[in-house]
Design a protein around this ligand. Structure first.
Ligand SMILES: C[S@@+](CC[C@H](N)C(=O)[O-])C[C@H]1O[C@@H](n2cnc3c(N)ncnc32)[C@H](O)[C@@H]1O
Length: 257
C-alpha cells in the first residue's frame, strides 16, 4: 500500500467521510515525518481546520490555531445581513470575533468600513489579528472598545456562544473535546451572553444602526424579543441552504440634527 492509500484507510476507519480529500490536505501541509503525527491527531478527533491551521470562509482563507472556535459556513448569513445594513465609510464591530470570521467577511467586501473587533480569549484574538485589518481588542464584550465609538456604531455583528449547556454533551467529539467551551456554552437556553450583549449593543449603535446576531432556529423568537426590549426593531432571517438563522435589530430612533 502507498503511504497515501494507508493514510486514506486510517482516516476512513476513523469515520472521516471525506477521507481522500482530508488525506490530500494533510499531505499538503505536512513534511514527511509530520504527516504521521497529523493523521494520528485527526484520527483522535482533532478538527481538520486546526491541523491545517486555516479555514475557508466565503472564499477567504483564514488563519486558525488549535483551541480557537472553528468558523461555521452558516455564519456567512451574519455577514450577508450585516453588509446589507452598511452605508459607505460605516463603523462596524465584530463582537466576540473568535478568529475574526465575521469581520474578515465584512472587511473583504467593504474595505471602506472602519472595523473593530473584541474577543475575551487571547488565543482567538491572536488568530483574528492575522485575519483582520482593523484593531482586535481583548476583553469582555464592548468593554475594551474606546468610549469615543459609543452611540456611533452602524453595525454590531456577532456570533456569540449559543449552545445550551446540556446540549454540548450531544455535540460531535470534534467540537465537544477540541473547541473551547467559552466559544460554545450559552448557558441554560443558549442565550446567557445575549442577555448582557443586546442591551449594551443597543447603546453602542448609532440611530438607525443595526445589530445582527446568529442563533439557533428555536432561539430566534426569544432573541428577537430581547432586542425589542432594548428598543430595536427586530426581524428573523433564515437561510435553508446555509442552515443559518440570524436576528437583525435596527435602532429605531430618528436622527436629530
Ligand atoms: C461561537 S464563537 C464565534 C466566534 C466567531 N464570531 C465565529 O463566528 O467564528 C464565540 C466567541 O465568543 C468568545 N467569547 C465568549 N464570551 C465572551 C465575552 N464575554 N466577551 C468577548 N468574547 C467572548 C469566545 O471566546 C468565542 O471566540
Amino acid at each position: 500500500m502507498t503511504e497515501m492509500a494507508e493514510v486514506v484507510a486510517r482516516l476512513r476507519a476513523a469515520g472521516c467521510v471525506y477521507a481522500e480529500q482530508e488525506a490530500a490536505l494533510l499531505h499538503d501541509v505536512a513534511d514527511g515525518v509530520a504527516l504521521d503525527d497529523l493523521v494520528a491527531r485527526r484520527v483522535a478527533g482533532e478538527p481538520l481546520e486546526h491541523l491545517l491551521g486555516r479555514v475557508e470562509f466565503r472564499g477567504l482563507r483564514l488563519v486558525l490555531t488549535p483551541g480557537v472556535f472553528v468558523p461555521r459556513q452558516r455564519t456567512a448569513l451574519v455577514v450577508e445581513e450585516g453588509l446589507r445594513a452598511l452605508r459607505s465609510d460605516a463603523l462596524a464591530i465584530d463582537l466576540c470575533c473568535g478568529a475574526g470570521t465575521i469581520g474578515a467577511g465584512i472587511g473583504s467586501a467593504r474595505p471602506d468600513v472602519e472595523l473593530w473587533a473584541t474577543e475575551l480569549d487571547p488565543t482567538a484574538a491572536a488568530s483574528a489579528r492575522q485575519n483582520l485589518g482593523g484593531p482586535v481588542r481583548v476583553g469582555d464584550l464592548f468593554e475594551p472598545l474606546p468610549s469615543r465609538l459609543w452611540g456611533r456604531v452602524d453595525l454590531v455583528a456577532a456570533n456569540l456562544p449559543y449552545v445550551p449547556t446540556a446540549a454540548i454533551a450531544t455535540m460531535p467529539a470534534e467540537a465537544r473535546d477540541h473547541e473551547p467551551r467559552l466559544g460554545l456554552d450559552g448557558g441554560d437556553d443558549g442565550l446567557r451572553l445575549h442577555r448582557r450583549a443586546v442591551p449594551e449593543a443597543a447603546e453602542w449603535l448609532a440611530p438607525g444602526g443595526r445589530l445582527v446576531v446568529e442563533c439557533g432556529r428555536p432561539q430566534a423568537s426569544t432573541l428577537a424579543d430581547l432586542m425589542r426590549a432594548s428598543g430595536l426593531d427586530a426581524s428573523i432571517v433564515t437561510d435553508d441552504a446555509l442552515d443559518g438563522t440570524v436576528v437583525s435589530g435596527r435602532r429605531n430612533d430618528t436622527v436629530t440634527a
